[in-house]
Design a protein around this ligand. Structure first.
Ligand code: MG
Length: 416
């Protein structure tokens, strides 16, 4: 059937359904006849850039014609924040003003195709800011936390992991112990690689005058890194025992064949997961990696497009999905992704570092609470400055994130 015929047939079906279906939408963007003058509608969409912890965050506020009723969403693409802001202010806002904020799925779908070209990080983050705000807003209207709208709690709190690092193996072990004493059961470990500049390297090392200046801030050598990490894990298992769950992030930084060697060498140390062994451009290597090692694999921090993760999940090539929720477009696609993973025994491990706003962390946590195949949540402590800007920041206690159980996402923004 041609598209025009299909539309006509759909219109006829809707018309003949009559009565209760009289207001059904035919296509994705057709307007619903206004039933009364006080119909709830979106009246404004605002973007806020703020950096209370030094990392620029992008937060979107969706306002309605009901006084005091608004929602907040995370649109943080910190490296290109102003581009996201333009996408929201110049394109999404005029597209959304006047629409019914309860039509979350429809708004997501129509916003997604509104640019014709799609699936990039800027537009996905812009849509996410609106999408998460609409879920927050719906929760406030219902008087329920968002996790309740997603099906209700599968757990009382969200198990998390923290980041330990250091200049030496001993310093990493000491950092892990510090987290274990605070109640954490999962810790990601990274160590400085001498002569290179990796995250995990302390500032002191980057200023080490024994390292030539031109090698202090921009040199990355895959082979010394790949030789060092198995030795780190051998040391940590001897030092810390078997019970603590250890994670490691390759951060897409080595040639694929070295990542395969690394994953095989790490097998005896029983990692909770090895993260992002390949760049998104190299995901074709996963079938080779999977065939050669039982080291658990997490992937997806840089994913934007469903074509990047659907194949890995259906072919059972990864164990944890690591996407940054705003990067794929917000809660609406993330809850579907979690459900897809559930059918293939893949668990969730949503990205949760400093370049996710506290609003985004709250969205992660509400989804974690309601997801049966939840795996782990990357966590961070919120500074006093962040808590001042975002009243209602999720609470981190005994290694768990706790929701405050307030309606919506339970978090606010102090615009001052
Ligand atoms: Mg990562």
């Amino acid at each position: 059937m041609k598209r025009r015929d299909w539309l006509a047939a759909s219109a006829l079906a809707a018309a003949t359904a009559g009565g209760t279906f009289g207001n059904s939408r035919i296509g994705l963007t057709a307007e619903v006849p206004q039933q009364s003058n006080d119909r709830l509608k979106i009246t404004d969409v605002k973007t806020f850039l703020t950096a209370p912890a030094g990392i620029r965050l992008v937060v979107v506020k969706v306002l309605t014609n009901q006084a005091g009723l608004y929602g907040l969403g995370c649109a943080t693409f910190t490296q290109r924040a102003r581009v996201v802001q333009t996408a929201v202010d110049r394109y999404l806002k005029p597209f959304l003003v006047g629409k019914d904020p309860a039509r979350i799925e429809d708004i997501w779908q129509s916003s997604f195709v509104s640019s014709y070209w799609r699936n990039g990080p800027v537009l996905n983050n812009a849509i996410s800011g609106v999408d998460i705000a609409l879920w927050d807003l719906l929760g406030k209207r219902a008087g329920m936390p968002v996790y309740q709208l997603l099906g209700g709690k599968c757990r009382d709190a969200v198990d998390t992991y923290r980041h330990a690092s250091g200049d030496s193996f001993q310093a990493v072990a000491d950092d892990v112990r510090r987290y274990m004493q605070q109640g954490y059961r999962h810790v990601r470990v990274q160590v400085a690689i001498p002569g290179t500049s990796t995250y995990g390297a302390r500032k002191s090392e980057q200023e080490d005058e024994s390292i030539p200046e031109n090698r202090r801030t921009s040199i990355w050598e895959p082979k010394p890194y790949v030789r060092t990490i198995p030795k780190l894990f051998e040391f940590l298992r001897a030092e810390l025992g078997e019970e603590i769950e250890l994670l490691h992030d390759v951060h897409e930084r080595v040639p694929p064949v070295l990542a395969i060697q690394l994953a095989k060498e790490l097998e005896p140390y029983r990692l909770f997961f090895l993260e992002d062994p390949f760049s998104p451009e190299d995901i074709g290597y996963f079938k080779h990696l999977r065939a050669q090692t039982s080291t658990p694999l997490a992937m997806g921090e840089l994913f934007n497009n469903p074509n990047e993760f659907v194949g890995l999940i259906k072919d059972r090539l990864i164990d944890f999905i690591r996407v940054h929720i705003s990067q794929i477009g917000g809660l609406t696609p993330a809850r579907k992704l979690a459900a897809l993973c559930d059918f293939f025994a893949v668990r969730t491990a949503w990205h949760g570092p400093g370049d996710v706003s506290p609003v985004g962390h709250a969205a992660n946590i509400h989804l974690d609470l309601a997801t049966p195949n939840f795996g782990i949540q990357e966590a961070r402590e919120f500074s006093q400055e962040e808590q001042d800007v975002f009243p209602g920041c999720p609470e981190l206690r005994d290694g768990y994130y706790w929701s405050n159980d307030r309606p919506g996402l339970g978090i606010d923004l102090d615009e001052q």
